[in-house]
Design a binder for this molecule. Structure first.
Ligand code: ATP
Length: 334
């Protein structure tokens, strides 16, 4: 997919089966929204290739009928919640009474049936997003495109909504594509996950596997294995990666087992449930997330340690952040 000759997205193939959910996880600017626009054939882009429905190339009209989308900021119209939930069906030419009858169960399924008479513009962010989802699902879409719909919600609201949506989708034949930069959303909603970096899919497979066995440094950072260690530091072949949650800061000079990297404390960052200690090492700054930073101060010589079971070996040795135009290399994992 190109805009004015610049390639924004280069995806060889991406399949989502009826009833399945695929998460596309990528950092800001990776091309996630562009991918959804490509799937719905929206916008003025140069597109090479096809969007297939049931194996047949679909034209923009067919796609408009088959696809429903929910965006990060729900666009609700003036009027009641009930009228908003029915709006998608009304747009497709369904009569007023029939639209109301068919959309009401979706408001119930998403836990906002009791708000039917409320002015939609008085809803909280979480409630509004539930109404937007009900409106999308009411048209019985064959394809549901979700563009970071949970991003603006607080953690509890998001967790509840993800669980409710997952339960609703489980009973449907709808193929769902969720784009997000949050790996927890991918885990909560999708059986398969694709990692999109700089417009290309770098890894694709079962969500649990992709999130725990990143293929390269860019994928590792995306799924929370943000401490990437080159051979020069570990003395082992190939790149290794570890999650900050599994890295410990030790003032002990001797390590019994696992991986150890010497460094000096850069700063200590108190967080909600613990402390992050940033340690400057020859591998760059490593983050260690744990219960406390007691007895540590900036400048102190320490050792960052990781248990062997928490270290992941990356498939490629490319340390450089991915840039647009990299050759495509898609790891199918799992
Ligand atoms: N119409 C356009 N014209 C020019 N560049 C565009 C256009 N649409 C998108 N881009 C560029 O394509 C890249 C991908 O944009 P996109 O919005 O798809 O990223 P994203 O992964 O959804 O990011 P975010 O998480 O920040 O929303 C960005 O560099 C963006 O500036």
């Amino acid at each position: 997919m190109t805009v004015r000759g610049r390639e924004l997205l280069h995806v060889d193939r991406l399949d989502v089966a009826p009833g399945a959910a695929l998460a596309v996880l990528g950092p800001n600017g990776a091309g996630k929204s562009t991918l959804l626009r490509a799937l719905a054939r929206l916008g003025r882009y140069g597109v090479t290739g096809d969007v297939l429905l049931d194996g047949h190339p679909a034209d923009p009209r067919e796609l408009r009928r088959a696809v429903a989308a929910v965006l990060q900021r729900p666009i609700l119209r003036r009027g009641t919640v009930r009228a908003n939930a029915a709006a998608g069906l009304r747009l497709r030419g369904v009569g007023r009474a029939e639209s109301a009858r068919r959309s009401a169960p979706w408001l119930d399924a998403l836990g906002v049936g009791h708000l039917g008479d409320r002015d939609a513009r008085t809803l909280s962010g979480g409630e509004a997003q539930r109404v937007a989802l009900a409106r999308a699902l009411a048209v019985s879409p064959r394809v549901l495109l979700l563009d970071e719909p949970f991003a603006g919600l607080d953690a509890t609201t998001r967790t509840d909504l993800l669980a409710d949506l997952r339960a609703v989708l489980d009973g449907l034949d709808t193929a769902t594509v969720l784009v997000t930069h949050d790996r927890h959303e991918a885990r909560a909603l999708a059986a398969e996950t694709a990692l999109l970096v700089a417009g290309r899919i770098r890894q694709l497979g079962p969500t649990a596997h992709v999130l725990d066995h990143p293929a390269d440094a860019a994928c590792a950072r995306l799924v929370g294995y943000s401490n990437v260690l080159p051979p020069a530091v570990t003395g082992r072949p190939g790149l290794l990666a570890a999650r900050p949650e599994t890295c410990r800061v030790s003032t002990d000079r001797y390590l019994v087992s696992g991986l150890a990297v010497r460094g000096t404390v850069r700063r200590i960052v108190p967080l909600g449930g613990g402390t992050r200690v940033d340690v400057d090492t020859p591998a760059g700054t490593l983050a260690c997330l744990g219960p406390g930073g007691d007895g540590l101060e900036p400048g102190r010589a320490v050792v960052v340690t990781v248990a062997e079971t928490d270290v992941r070996a990356l498939e490629t040795d490319d340390l450089a952040p991915a840039t647009r135009g990299d050759p495509a290399s898609v790891g199918r994992s799992g």
